[in-house]
Design a protein around this ligand. Structure first.
Ligand code: NAG
Ligand code: NAG
Ligand code: NAG
Ligand code: NAG
Length: 664
C-alpha cells in the first residue's frame, strides 16, 4: 500500500503540473483558442485562451496570426458599467464575471454575470453549406442577451465597438470611414490606399470592414477616439450619434466605430438582446487565370447574384438572425450526433474545427453587376498557418470529408479551378499540380512547373477525391470531362507509386524521404480508385482492368516492404524496422468504399496505435512527437462508418497555433 503522504504529494504535484483551472464551466472543454468571427481568410477573429484560463473580457481578440483586433463590449446595468468583451483601458467600469464558456460547430457562447444581470454573449459564424448566397456572405454575428438573475427587473443597455485594427496589422496605415443609416446602421472603414489582391502579414489591403446593427428603438452610434466613445457610453449608457471625420491612421487616437442599444427593463423570464454584425467585403475577391495566362478574371462573392449593395446584404443578414440561429442549432446537433457515433472526444474536435475549416474558404462567381453567372461557381481555399498557397490539393484533401458531409457540390467547386487550369496544358509537369498559385487570393497557376513538388501525394488525392465526389453525387460530368487528366495521373502512379523516389508528402514540415509507406499506399489506392472510375463511369473496361491488376500486384509487394519484420506495424520507410507512421492514407480505402486494403493491415495498425498512444494521440511518424487532428477528418464524417480504424483521443490538446486556421 502507498502511504497517504505519498498520495497527497502526488496530488499536489499533479495539480501544480496543470495550468490554473478556470473559474468557469467549459463545454465541452477549454480550447486554447475560441473562434469568434471566422468566415473567410480575412474575417478571422479568435479569443486566445492559452491553457484555457482566459476569459472573454481579459484579453483582446486576435486575428489568426495573433495580431490584436480591438473589439470591446460593455453593458450598463442600473447605472453601473460592466465590460464583457476585450481589455479596454478606460475608467469607471467593472469586469463582468465569466461563469461559462461553450462552443458548438457554429457558435462560441459565453455567459458573464454583470451584477444582477446575466449576459449571454453569442458569437455565431454561420455555416450554410446548401445556400451558396448565405455561405458566401462574409459576415458574422455577435448577439448579447441580458436577463435578470435576482428576480427583480433591471435597466440594461449594451455597447460594442471595433477599431481600425480590423483593417491592417500596420497601425500607421491611414484609414477613412463613413456611417450609413437606413434599416441598419453601418460603420464602414477602409484602408486609404487600396491594393487589389495584395496581402501584408496575411491581411488583405483591399475592401472594407463593416460593423452594423439594425436601426431599431434605442440604438445609438458614434465614431471617434476609442477612449472618447467608450467613456461616452460608460458615463451616459448611450452614444452621441456623432461622426468623427478627421480621417487618420489606425493608431492615431485609435478611431473606433461604436454601436449601442438600450434594452430597457429586463427580467428573468423575458431576456432582451441586441445583435451586431462584423464583416469584411472586397470586390473582386479572386484573381483567376484565363486564356493561358493572357488575361485574368476578377471573381466576386456569390452573394452579389442576390444583393445589389453591401448595405442591402448586411440588412438582410441582420434581419435573418433568428432564422440563422435556428439553422445553426440544427446543424450543430446534426454534426454532433454524426461525430458522436465515433466518439464524444471526436465530436468535440469536429465542433471546434468546423468554423475553422469553412473559414479558410470563399465562394465566387464570374460576371458583373446585372450579369452574374451563377452557373460558374468556384470555391477557393487559403493554406492558412502555412505559406498561403491557394487551392492546395493536399489541403483540400483533409478538408474533403467535411465538404462531402456538408454538401458534396462544394467539393466540385473547389476542384474545378485546379481541373480547368490543368486542362489547358499550361502546367508542364505530368503529375498533378500542388496548388493554383503561390499566394491567396491570386490563382495564377504554375506555368513554369515550379510549384511545391508532391507528385504522388497530389495524383493520388485528385483521383481519390474525384471518385468520392462521383460516387456521392452520381454526377459523372467531372470525371468524364477531365478523363484525360485522370488517366495521365494514373499512369504517373503506375510508373512511380510502388517505389516512390525521395520526395515530400503532405507532412512536408518533416522533409522528404524515399519509399514512404504511407505515400505509396495513397498512390496504390488511387490506382484502385481509377479502375472504378474507368469501368463504372468512363466505359473503359480495358484500362479499368489494367489499373486494378496493377493495384492488386502493387498492394502485395507493398505489404512485403511496408510491414515490419516482426509483423506488428507499418514502417515509415520501406525496411526501416525501428520506424513507424500514422498511416492515415489507409482511411481513403474506407471513405471510397473500395474494401481493397486487407483487414489484417487495418487491425494490425489499430492494435499498434492503441499500444503506442502518446498524450495527444499517435505521433504522425517516428521522426517527431507531434500529431495532427486534421488527419482525423479523413476518418470521420463520411456516410460510411470506419470500422476497425482506431481514432486517437484528442480531448486535451494544448498547442495554441494548432486550432487556428491550419488545415492540417
Ligand atoms: C470616472 O468617474 C469619476 C467619478 O464619477 C469622474 O470624475 C471621471 O471623470 C470619470 N472618468 C471618465 C474617464 O469619464
Ligand atoms: C476614403 O478614401 C478614398 C480614397 O482616398 C475615397 O475614394 C473615399 O471617398 C474616402 N471615403 C470617405 C468617407 O472619405
Ligand atoms: C435606462 O438606462 C438608460 C441608459 O443608461 C437611461 O438613459 C435611461 O434613462 C434608463 N431608464 C430608466 C427607466 O432608468
Ligand atoms: C526503395 O525500396 C526498394 C525495395 O526495398 C529498394 O530496392 C530501393 O533501393 C529503395 N529506394 C531508395 C531510394 O532507398
Amino acid at each position: 500500500m502507498v502511504p497517504t503522504w505519498i498520495l497527497a504529494l502526488y496530488v499536489i504535484l499533479t495539480l501544480l503540473a496543470y495550468p490554473v483551472a478556470s473559474d468557469w464551466t467549459s463545454t465541452p472543454f477549454n480550447p486554447p483558442s475560441y473562434p469568434l468571427a471566422v468566415r473567410t481568410p480575412y474575417l478571422s477573429a479568435w479569443l486566445p485562451s492559452p491553457g484555457g484560463g482566459v476569459a472573454l473580457n481579459q484579453v483582446w481578440p486576435e486575428f489568426w496570426t495573433g495580431a490584436t483586433l480591438g473589439w470591446a463590449g460593455f453593458a450598463k446595468v442600473n447605472g453601473v458599467t460592466y465590460s464583457f468583451l476585450g481589455e479596454s483601458s478606460v475608467e469607471n467600469f467593472t469586469r463582468a464575471t465569466q461563469v461559462s464558456a461553450k462552443f458548438t460547430s457554429t457558435r462560441s457562447i459565453f455567459v458573464l454575470t454583470a451584477g444582477p444581470v446575466d449576459l449571454t454573449v453569442t458569437f455565431l459564424s454561420p455555416i450554410e453549406p446548401k445556400d451558396l448566397v448565405k455561405q458566401s456572405l462574409p459576415f458574422s454575428y455577435l448577439a448579447v442577451s441580458a436577463a435578470s438573475n435576482d428576480g427583480s427587473s433591471h435597466n440594461v443597455s449594451v455597447y460594442t465597438d471595433i477599431t481600425g485594427e480590423w483593417l491592417s496589422t500596420d497601425h500607421t496605415a491611414a484609414i477613412n470611414w463613413t456611417t450609413t443609416i437606413g434599416d441598419a446602421i453601418t460603420h464602414q472603414s477602409r484602408l486609404k490606399t487600396q491594393k487589389e489582391y495584395t496581402e501584408s502579414k496575411n491581411r488583405i489591403l483591399q475592401g472594407s470592414v463593416y460593423y452594423s446593427t439594425r436601426n431599431v428603438d434605442g440604438v445609438t452610434y458614434q465614431t471617434g477616439q476609442s477612449t472618447t466613445v467608450r467613456s461616452h457610453f460608460i458615463n451616459n449608457g448611450k452614444l452621441a450619434n456623432t461622426r468623427d471625420t478627421n480621417y487618420r491612421a489606425i493608431n492615431n487616437d485609435w478611431p473606433t466605430f461604436a454601436l449601442a442599444r438600450s434594452l430597457g427593463k429586463v427580467t428573468k423570464d423575458a431576456p432582451k438582446y441586441a445583435v451586431f454584425s462584423v464583416g469584411h467585403v472586397r470586390d473582386p475577391v479572386i484573381k483567376y487565370i484565363q486564356n493561358n495566362g493572357v488575361t485574368f478574371e476578377g471573381r466576386s462573392y456569390y452573394f452579389w447574384s442576390t444583393y445589389k449593395t453591401t448595405f442591402g446584404a448586411i440588412t438582410a443578414f441582420l434581419l435573418d438572425y433568428s432564422a440563422a440561429l435556428s439553422r445553426a442549432k440544427s446543424l450543430d446537433n446534426k454534426l454532433r450526433t454524426a461525430a458522436e457515433s465515433i466518439s464524444s472526444a471526436y465530436a468535440d474536435i469536429v465542433a471546434l474545427s468546423m468554423r475553422q475549416t469553412l473559414g479558410a474558404t470563399e465562394l465566387t462567381i464570374s460576371g458583373s453587376p446585372g450579369a452574374w453567372n451563377t452557373d460558374d461557381v468556384l470555391m477557393f481555399i487559403k493554406e492558412i498557418s502555412s505559406d498561403g498557397n491557394i487551392n492546395t490539393v493536399d489541403i483540400i484533401m483533409p478538408t474533403w470529408p467535411a465538404l462531402m458531409y456538408l454538401n458534396p457540390k462544394l467539393g466540385e467547386y473547389m476542384l474545378l479551378p485546379l481541373l480547368q487550369y490543368q486542362a489547358t496544358n499550361q502546367y508542364p509537369n505530368t503529375w498533378a499540380v500542388h496548388d493554383l498559385g503561390a499566394h491567396y487570393p491570386i490563382a495564377n497557376g504554375h506555368d513554369q512547373g515550379l510549384d511545391e513538388k508532391m507528385p504522388i501525394e497530389e495524383c493520388g488525392n485528385m483521383i481519390n477525391m474525384m471518385l468520392d465526389y462521383t460516387q456521392r453525387t452520381h454526377d459523372t460530368s467531372l470525371v468524364k470531362k477531365y478523363s484525360v487528366r485522370l488517366n495521365q495521373w494514373a499512369k504517373y502512379l503506375v510508373a512511380n507509386t510502388l517505389y516512390p523516389v525521395k520526395q515530400l508528402s503532405t507532412v512536408d514540415f518533416d522533409g522528404p524521404l524515399p519509399n514512404q509507406t504511407n505515400l505509396a499506399i495513397k498512390g496504390i489506392i488511387g490506382l484502385q480508385a481509377m479502375s472504378v472510375i474507368s469501368k463504372k463511369y468512363l466505359d473503359d473496361t480495358e484500362s479499368g482492368n489494367s489499373y486494378s491488376k496493377t493495384a492488386a500486384s502493387y498492394l502485395k509487394t507493398w505489404q512485403t516492404h511496408a510491414i515490419s519484420s516482426d509483423g506488428t506495424h507499418l514502417t515509415l520507410e520501406y525496411g526501416k524496422q525501428s520506424s513507424d507512421v500514422l498511416a492515415f492514407n489507409l482511411a481513403m480505402d474506407k471513405l471510397l468504399g473500395l474494401n481493397f486494403i486487407p483487414d489484417s493491415v487495418n487491425s494490425m495498425q489499430s492494435a499498434y496505435y492503441k499500444k503506442q498512444l502518446a498524450k495527444y494521440g499517435f505521433p504522425l511518424d517516428s521522426r517527431s512527437t507531434y500529431t495532427s487532428a486534421g488527419i482525423l477528418s479523413y476518418c470521420s464524417l463520411s456516410t460510411r462508418k470506419l470500422n476497425n480504424f482506431f481514432l486517437p483521443r484528442m480531448d486535451d490538446v494544448d498547442s495554441n497555433d494548432y486550432f487556428r486556421l491550419g488545415q492540417r
